[in-house]
Design a protein around this ligand. Structure first.
Ligand code: LLP
Length: 413
């Protein structure tokens, strides 16, 4: 989260120049207090019911960010055995870790269960294998696919009929058969239908499907888990999630359900983007400004190796020139990376004139940015810093050449 004050950009009390001077470029910067603000917003919005928030740590898996979540009494949603291990190392108790795997090896499930982790089951095969091996020894939740198209981009839409995720609701009979056969303890119904929802009605519509299943077939539930997908503003004019408005409808619907169900159960969400997207900024330095006959290019010291969302999802990420903010002289640029691919961060961006050495900032770089980075072109990953209560913490070292060479074996041929 960067703020413009009197022609200069700051993260809390620190100017972006001073951060780059101290920690180098490119640099991921996270504002910890912004994360707390988002957590509070979500809790307040859903305060009418017993809401539990499980941070989807795939969005930003840095251990210090996860520690901040723990400090704020968050639980965590994980999607791999590696994330399970990280969450345990951060200090989450096994009971706070909900594992939502997608088509992983059964050995990974066994490992997680042995550690006391709770599981969302997302295929009929897995349900069968689980039943055969564990019967009613563990409480489990079912991830269902409600056949609803939602999400900002097809690649991040996960609840539609052609998606690989969840057990299609159409297979209810088979689910119930297995529940009976293995005496399964189903304590939750889970859905996650996509990221970047624009409309709250989608959540209500999807939730109704889970609530109906609960009422008709699953009398022993402890929770309904509605995953996440709450959109944040990537663009100034973006239609974003109005969390209070959505919550009003959701809470009303959920309360009415509890009346019919005969008791209060928990409502879970697994927010990633909503909590950590806006807190993050990628600071980069302009290497070269290139004027071609048809376009102006700003080349920065980063690329799709550090932030791939625009190239992968055609996602819009706002970019500002922090070094020249108070000039009236504007120019239109394509902001591009240094990777040998067409790695365009932003096309036709109007901004104060850029010169080599200027620091550019990509906003909304907290969620799915560092965690989706790679070493393509043998480039090193940036450092990450966390600014929290006006203190700056280095939370990941910049990679070194040794990191790039680690694990590679040069054989004499
Ligand atoms: N729960 C489950 C089971 C998920 O798969 C996800 C995200 C979440 C929760 C969190 O959703 P969120 O609050 O962040 O929307 N890389 C893409 C987003 C992929 C989301 C994957 N699953 C992007 O950069 O837009």
């Amino acid at each position: 989260m960067i703020n413009l004050r009197e022609g200069k950009y700051f993260v809390q009390h620190r100017s972006v120049e001073s951060l780059v001077e101290q920690y180098g470029s490119p640099l991921y910067v996270y504002d910890g207090n912004k994360i707390e603000e988002q957590i509070a917003k979500m809790r307040a919005a859903f305060s009418g019911v017993s809401v539990k928030l499980k941070y989807a740590c795939k969005a930003l898996t840095n251990v210090s960010i996860m520690r901040l979540m723990l400090k704020n009494n968050m639980d965590v949603d994980v999607v791999s055995i590696e994330e399970v291990q990280i969450a345990l190392q951060v200090g989450f108790k096994p009971g706070q870790i909900q594992y939502t795997p997608s088509g992983v090896a059964f050995s990974e499930i066994e490992e997680a269960l042995a550690l006391g982790i709770r599981l969302n089951i997302d295929s009929l095969n897995l349900l069968e294998w689980f039943g055969e091996k564990y019967g009613n020894a563990h409480k489990i939740a079912l991830r269902i696919n409600p056949s609803i198209l939602a999400g900002g981009n097809y690649k991040i839409s996960t609840g539609h009929a052609d998606s690989k995720f969840g057990i299609p609701v159409e297979y209810l009979d088979q689910i119930l058969e297995m529940v009976k056969k293995y005496d399964l303890q189903i304590v939750g119904i889970h859905q996650h239908n996509g990221s970047d929802f624009k409309d709250g009605e989608v959540i209500v519509k999807a939730m109704r499907i889970s609530l109906e299943l609960a009422e008709k077939h699953f009398p022993n539930l402890e929770f309904i888990d509605m995953g996440s997908g709450f959109k944040v503003a990537y663009h100034e004019d973006d239609h974003i999630t109005n969390i209070d408005l959505i919550a009003q409808d959701v809470v009303k619907e959920f309360k009415a359900f509890q009346g019919r169900y005969g008791r209060d159960i928990e409502l879970w969400f697994e927010p990633g983007k909503f909590l950590v997207s806006e807190c993050g900024t990628l600071l980069m330095t302009c290497n070269v400004v290139k004027h071609n006959p048809t376009r102006n290019f700003v080349h920065v010291d980063s690329g799709l190796n550090h932030l791939i969302r625009p190239m992968m999802y055609d996602a819009y990420q706002e970019i500002v020139n922090t070094s020249n903010a108070d000039t009236a002289e504007m120019e239109i640029y394509d902001v591009v990376g240094y990777i040998c691919e067409t790695d365009t961060f932003g096309k036709d961006r109007k901004m104060p004139v850029v010169q080599p050495g200027d620091i550019l900032a990509i906003k909304n770089a907290g969620a799915y940015c560092f965690t989706m980075s790679s070493n393509y072109n043998s480039r090193r990953k940036p450092a990450e810093i966390l600014v929290y209560n006006e203190q700056v913490h280095l939370v990941r070292e910049r990679e070194t050449m040794e990191d790039i060479m680690r694990n590679q074996i040069l054989v004499e041929l």
